[in-house]
Design a protein around this ligand. Structure first.
Ligand SMILES: C[S@@+](CC[C@H](N)C(=O)[O-])C[C@H]1O[C@@H](n2cnc3c(N)ncnc32)[C@H](O)[C@@H]1O
Length: 399
């Protein structure tokens, strides 16, 4: 296909690290651009009803545009970051717009101005300490046909070898991953924990089987120490656990004897924060490694119980009758209609929803709304600077 270049006026930001433009009546989703810019963009994908394009020449730049700190960011290069070309405050404004748009369009929540703890809607997504670089404590590298480690191009199986990843934590940048070769097709998961332990786990190309395992790492939070398999889930930003647990506690305000559920609980960080303030806390989590680690780490908290299983299945058991406060932290796909309905049917006093995808969050907020629960507090954190991702925490209470 011949390279097709379009001159575009860039419109608003949309979910997915893109901006929206129009060309001859057709919608174009443009990467590497910013709202208000005029750009020349190369068409990368032609679909029924819309085009995708990469801005390759900026004809009229936005005042928010900066030179990307990473030389591997940009059209056709590493697909890991979406907003390296925007100043950090601008990245948060863009994410704030995305959250508002998703809540309005998918969540049916038109006015969130009463819910804000920040002075302005444009600052809805708050910064975490530490700046936009050197924060990422978990990094997955892919290996190209010549054995060099790097990252996938956006929406591609192609791999871009890099000298280092600028958003990775310095201890990850220091690991001997990028200065040697690996079996082609392998993946390498590099981890640095809150206690400074590092690990690099290699997986084989097709099977995903671990070919070189690594010792567990120690994580610290809420006065506890977890010993975790390096592949098990832990929040990626070094300040995320503190920010999220404090926010959830502040929203739920559990009191003595109240029953709590920590759904999609991982190794139980929210349970650890809730347990000193309330009655029995039940963690539901499907990953056996996280459950084993959580049971060991929280064995001194007599009111915490782990249940290993699928949240939807566990909640379909009618003997799970009463609960006062719920925290749920599902994967990107969200909790979904069945789980939201199950939670609401138990009539909890308060639900704190921790969301890594604003669209899934908004859809679930709408479902909570159908069950009489409204959004009564909202915070969001830029726990993934330079990328399109961020975390939202919403409080849902009976109307
Ligand atoms: C976003 S993580 C949150 C973990 C934990 N709350 C934390 O902050 O460390 C989502 C967790 O849900 C688990 N999970 C995914 N699908 C699940 C399901 N259907 N039922 C139970 N757990 C699930 C994953 O294994 C993962 O640990």
């Amino acid at each position: 296909m011949a390279t097709e270049l379009l001159e575009l006026e860039i419109g608003p930001v949309a979910h997915g690290g893109i901006c929206v433009a129009r060309h001859e009546g057709q919608v174009v989703f443009v990467r590497h651009a910013l709202p208000g810019e005029r750009v020349r963009a190369r068409v990368t994908d032609r679909r029924k009803g819309f085009l995708r394009a990469d801005a390759v020449e900026i004809l009229l730049p936005s005042p928010d545009r900066v030179i990307p700190p990473c030389p591997f960011a940009g059209p056709g290069a590493c697909g890991g970051c979406d907003w390296q070309h925007a100043s950090w405050p601008a990245q948060r404004r863009l994410k704030s717009q995305v959250l508002r748009e998703q809540l309005t369009r998918l969540g049916g929540v038109s006015d969130i101005s009463d819910l804000l703890v920040v002075p302005d809607l444009s600052e809805l997504v708050e910064a975490l300490p530490g700046g936009p670089l050197s924060w990422r404590t978990r990094v997955q590298y892919a290996v190209d046909a010549e054995g060099r480690a790097g990252f996938h191009r956006h929406r591609s199986s192609g791999i871009v070898p890099v000298d280092r990843c600028r958003i990775a934590h310095p201890a990850i940048q220091a690991l001997p991953v990028l200065d040697r070769t690996w079996p082609p097709g392998a993946t390498i998961e590099a981890v640095v924990s809150s206690s400074g332990d590092t690990a690099a786990v290699t997986r084989a190309s097709r099977t995903g089987r671990v070919t070189s395992p690594a010792a567990p790492v120690r994580e610290h939070a809420a006065g506890h120490e977890w010993t975790l398999d390096p592949g098990a889930f832990w929040q990626v930003h070094p300040h995320a656990v503190e920010a999220f647990t404090t926010t959830v506690l502040d929203m739920l305000r559990p009191v003595e004897r109240e029953r709590a559920w920590d759904l999609y609980g991982g190794a139980g960080v929210f349970a650890a924060a809730l347990a000193p303030h309330c009655g029995p806390v039940t963690v539901v989590e499907s990953d056996h490694r996280a459950v084993a680690s959580g049971r060991r780490a929280l064995r001194d908290l007599r009111n915490v119980t782990f249940v290993r299983g699928d949240v939807a299945q566990v909640l379909s058991n009618p003997s799970w009758r009463t609960v006062d406060v719920v925290v749920l932290d599902p994967p990107r796909s969200g909790a979904g209609r069945a789980v939201v309905s199950s939670i609401a049917s138990r009539g909890p006093r308060a639900v704190a929803y921790v969301a890594c995808d604003p669209a899934a969050f908004a859809r679930d907020v709408r479902t909570f709304g159908e069950h009489g629960y409204g959004l009564t507090a909202l915070r969001a954190f830029d726990s993934f600077p330079m990328t399109q991702h961020f975390e939202t925490i919403g409080l849902l209470t009976p109307r």
